[in-house]
Design a protein around this ligand. Structure first.
Ligand code: IMP
Ligand code: MG
Length: 180
């Protein structure tokens, strides 16, 4: 599919599944090289990162654990400044090496909040891995250790990313068509 429609918006293809696949292979190699000896605990941010996490995991064979959590701050196509609390994480993370898996970092507000919450539980380290990153929208200055693909400040869907709950199932990533 070159174009998709979700509710009131049209989207056109932006990143193909092949591009996403090769990006994830590269990220898996980088993460394994750094973390092989550390038995890391991956923390997957739902819902958006579920596909990314599943494909990344299949590319890694080091000892590690995975846990899923939810921390939403997004409605429609604009980031809201309200960040909801962390739910669903039951692991004891004290002394553990944490790698947060996120679908996309936009303003950076969501992950700042999450990191501040996790630090209180005294992990040994926290690293961030995001499939997509919007440098033009990023308002923070914390390091993002593993970036799949930097993209322009455009609204995208597919491969886990949604518009009002829809579009997560697409294998490609699409960007919104504005005023064409
Ligand atoms: P941030 O707090 O502004 O960094 O927003 C991060 C969250 O907003 C991500 O976890 C996504 O769920 C959502 N988000 C940001 N940009 C997009 C986009 O282009 N498409 C879909 N969701 C997005
Ligand atoms: Mg998300």
């Amino acid at each position: 599919m070159d174009k998709v429609r979700i509710k009131d918006k049209e989207f056109k293809i932006y990143l193909s599944r092949e591009k996403i696949e090769s990006t994830i292979k590269r990220m898996a190699e980088e993460i394994e090289t750094d973390m092989e000896e550390k038995d890391p605990l991956f923390l997957v941010i739902l819902n958006g990162a579920f596909m990314f996490a599943a494909d990344l995991f299949k590319e890694m064979s080091m000892p590690c654990e995975i846990s899923f959590t939810r921390l939403a701050s997004y409605q429609g196509t604009k980031t809201t400044n309200q960040v909801k609390e962390l739910i669903g994480m039951k692991e004891n993370i004290k002394g553990r090496h944490i790698i947060i898996l996120e679908d996309i970092i936009d303003t950076g507000i969501t992950l700042e909040h999450l990191q501040n919450t996790l630090i209180k539980q005294e992990p040994a380290s926290i690293r961030l891995a995001t499939l997509l990153f919007k440098p033009e929208a990023f308002q923070k200055d914390y390091p993002i250790h593993y970036v799949g693909l930097p993209i322009h400040n455009e609204f995208v869907v597919g491969y886990g990313l949604d518009y009002d709950g829809h579009g997560r199932n697409f294998a490609n990533i699409y960007k919104v068509i504005e005023n064409e």
